[in-house]
Ligand binder design. Structure first.
Ligand SMILES: Cc1ncc(COP(=O)(O)O)c(C=O)c1O
Length: 463
């Protein structure tokens, strides 16, 4: 369902009726500002995973389009690492935020607010495994709380993580997401890989509690569980930080079984998969019920939000009367009224128009993937483009990868880099780093897909 922009929400430049020379002045002053960035921002860009080449300054976005400082428009498939499920600046979501401001909702910082109850109820009604939830500002906070909760609940310190998974920036999860084959060495199964920290400053002591295994390899999970008492298995049900790596049919069910047998919690990190394929998350698709689930990104369509939820008997630890068991969750900005308004509007739209929205996303993405597959096949380039609903990724190898080791060993990274760059040069924005997932939004149109395929065909012919 596409919502038209009401007059008061058209981009400022358009509203003011700015003429071309005023636009140019604006662009020149923004350009000067950007060139001074490194004098004020450490590294010149906020969140340094955004530091990429080509370094483009985007200044506004609406629906499926990004506009850069020179006024060049791009069809966007990056979606800011995927939150914009309904498209950028969705008018309905923005209107809900403006209405919350108009109602003088504010950050109260004391007691229960109506918007947090509304949001929590919508979340619990959307995802059946959520008996109780708590709200955070980011996915990283949600994963940090889940690990702490799992440790408190089980009385164990060790956790299992996936090679090629990303679960945020904190010490318990910050391992290198895309290590080279030289760094990881030959395939290990059953067994675990060395933990390669993604950051300096992580105590060695924290790393010894982390166990990294291949995705789609439940034998390795079983192996580690035989060696160590495990608090939880933290897994993205589809690995979507290294493209789109789908679980084998019985893999997630086997993880459920192993967790039950060994007394560990199964934690689904649905920060990327959640709300993208259906209201109930990937757990609804695979029919496996985790103990805890984490959401973020699409849940508020681009406004900052994280969610942790799951079984009441586990979530209860957040308010356990026994101080020895009580597990801390706090945050000045948690369930801020404006981000809550965005999340409520997003979930209500998905609840009320989900059939139409998810069918549209599915149809558009299927068209895109079929078109890309044909283009590469016509040019004799080995490729595969797996997708999970509206999330997709092209790998230049002859099979759909099953884990990061497979990708690191078989994907043509250089071709991927050139392909993405060539697309960007012609107005199709894919994050310019190999193996990053593309996202179609409900604001994309058939014309967007046609244009993308037309450009992709041209680009691939020149690679
Ligand atoms: C699967 C997954 N979990 C957790 C996170 C962390 O979320 P945030 O960046 O909101 O802290 C991300 C971010 O990309 C993610 O993809």
């Amino acid at each position: 369902m596409i919502v038209e922009y009401p007059q008061h929400m058209t981009p400022i430049v358009q509203r003011k009726g700015m003429n071309v020379s005023a636009d140019r002045d604006d662009a020149a002053s923004i350009d000067r500002l950007i060139r001074s960035a490194a004098s004020y921002i450490a590294g010149g860009v906020v969140s340094l995973n955004r530091k990429v080449e080509p370094d483009i300054t985007f200044v506004r976005a609406a629906g499926s389009k990004l506009t850069d400082i020179d006024g060049t428009e791009y069809i966007d498939y990056h979606a800011a690492f995927s939150p914009h499920l309904l498209g950028h600046n969705d008018p309905g979501v923005n209107a809900a935020v403006v209405e919350a401001i108009d109602r003088q909702e504010s950050l109260m910082g004391t007691g229960t607010t109506p918007w947090e109850v509304t949001l929590a109820r919508l979340l619990c009604e959307s995802v059946p495994s959520l008996e109780r939830v708590q709200i955070t500002n980011t996915g990283s906070e949600a994963t940090a709380h889940a690990i702490r909760l799992a440790r408190a609940y089980t009385g164990r310190d060790d956790i299992i993580l996936m090679l090629g998974g990303y679960n945020g920036w904190h010490n318990d999860v910050a391992r290198t997401v895309m290590p080279t084959i030289e760094q990881i060495g030959p395939r290990v199964s059953p067994g675990e890989y060395p933990v390669l920290p993604f950051s300096a400053g992580i105590p060695q002591d924290a790393l010894r509690h982390l166990h990294v295994v291949n995705f789609n390899d439940s034998d390795s999970v079983e192996y580690v569980m035989g060696e160590r008492p495990i608090a939880c298995v933290l897994v993205e049900p589809v690995l979507q930080n290294i493209g789109v790596v789908l679980p084998r049919p019985s893999y997630l069910a086997r993880l459920r079984e192993l967790c039950d047998r060994h007394g560990a919690l199964l934690v689904f990190d649905e920060v990327k998969t959640g709300f993208r394929t259906c209201l109930g998350g990937y757990q609804q698709v695979c029919n496996v019920t985790p103990d805890l689930s984490l959401f973020g990104k699409a849940v508020a369509n681009g406004y900052p939000m994280g969610v942790i939820g799951g079984r009441e008997r586990i979530m209860r630890l957040f308010h356990d009367p026994d101080p020895a068991r009580k597990t801390l969750i706090a945050g000045t900005y948690n369930a801020h009224p404006f981000t809550s308004a965005a999340a409520i509007a997003t979930i209500e739209r998905l609840r009320d128009h989900g059939d139409e929205i998810y069918a549209r996303l599915d149809r558009l993405t299927a068209r895109l993937v079929a078109g890309l597959t044909e283009i590469f096949s016509d040019r004799g380039i080995a490729s595969t483009t797996p997708r999970n609903g509206s999330a997709y990724c092209t790998y230049f190898c002859d099979h759909a990868p099953v884990d990061w080791h497979d990708i690191a060993a078989n994907h043509d990274f250089e071709l991927d880099r050139r392909y993405r760059r060539a697309l960007i040069e012609r107005g199709i924005y894919q994050f310019p780093q190999p193996c990053k997932q593309g996202s179609v939004s409900a604001a994309h149109s058939d014309q967007d897909i046609d244009r993308t395929l037309e450009i992709a065909a041209r680009v691939v012919g020149e690679l």
